[in-house]
Design a protein around this ligand. Structure first.
Ligand SMILES: C[S@@+](CC[C@H](N)C(=O)[O-])C[C@H]1O[C@@H](n2cnc3c(N)ncnc32)[C@H](O)[C@@H]1O
Length: 227
């Protein structure tokens, strides 16, 4: 049986694109790691982000077959795989791993994935994680399961506080830094909610967005595996 995230993202990516990112955001993501070498993008979506990487070789995987197909189509060889299971890649086979907006979809199973990423990275390889920042109240409230103001398409994708990830990464032996990052991107399928719900929520969501407009919407963790 397909994971619910596979069904959801197959639907959200039913057209040719899942998200539209301005060039400026793609450049910021690319710039997180300079000498990427052989790179893997976890949960690659439609491939827009890894296709913009200046890396020696870029691969992707996604739980959504539709996303893996779209990503391959834009030049990033991508397979269907589940980030909550053992990854189908050899140990120490990547110089760099990116994981953009994926960890909050794993229903609490971040630790096993981070352990797997540690296994497939070469010594001194780099991991870049970008996630919606739970410390921003707008982000937290609009992604909270069962929140009346939820705009996230699935009811179990709470935003993450980076401190939770940093402690797992630290235990695995990564050296980390964590900084705010502002990434803009529009989901092509605008909402999974009926129009009446969107209209009812809109004034509150807009007010929250304005109130917290100066808080960064995401954080970026850069983590280096030890030698
Ligand atoms: C919010 S989208 C981000 C896509 C892309 N990284 C980006 O930032 O544009 C989350 C992606 O993670 C994928 N995903 C969710 N759960 C997954 C899992 N268990 N294994 C692999 N990919 C998963 C989804 O299919 C989707 O493409």
């Amino acid at each position: 049986m397909k994971r619910p995230q596979a069904v959801l993202f197959d639907t959200l990516a039913a057209g040719e694109q899942l998200y539209v990112y301005p060039q400026e955001s793609l450049k910021k993501l690319n710039a997180l790691i300079v000498d990427k070498g052989r790179t893997l993008d976890v949960g690659c979506g439609d491939g827009a982000i890894p296709a913009a990487f200046d890396a020696a070789k870029v691969f992707g995987f996604d739980v959504s077959p539709r996303c893996a197909r779209l990503s391959s189509k834009c030049g990033v060889p991508s397979i269907v795989a589940d980030a909550t299971q053992a990854l189908p890649f050899a140990s120490e086979s990547f110089d760099t791993v990116y994981c953009v907006d994926v960890l909050h979809h794993l229903e609490g199973k971040q630790q096993p994935l981070l352990k797997e990423i540690h296994r497939i990275l070469r010594p001194e390889g780099w991991l870049a994680i970008v996630e919606p920042d739970a410390r921003n109240p707008f982000v937290r409230i609009t992604q909270e399961p069962n929140s009346l103001l939820r705009v996230a398409p699935y009811n179990n994708e709470p935003a993450i506080d980076p401190r939770a990830l940093l402690s797992i990464l630290d235990e695995l032996g990564f050296s980390c830094s964590c900084d705010p990052i502002h990434i803009k991107g529009e989901q092509v399928v605008r909402s999974v909610f009926p129009m009446w719900q969107r209209l009812a929520k809109a004034p509150f969501v807009v007010a929250l967005a304005l109130l917290y407009r100066n808080c960064p919407n995401k954080f970026a963790i850069l983590a280096q595996k030890s030698a």
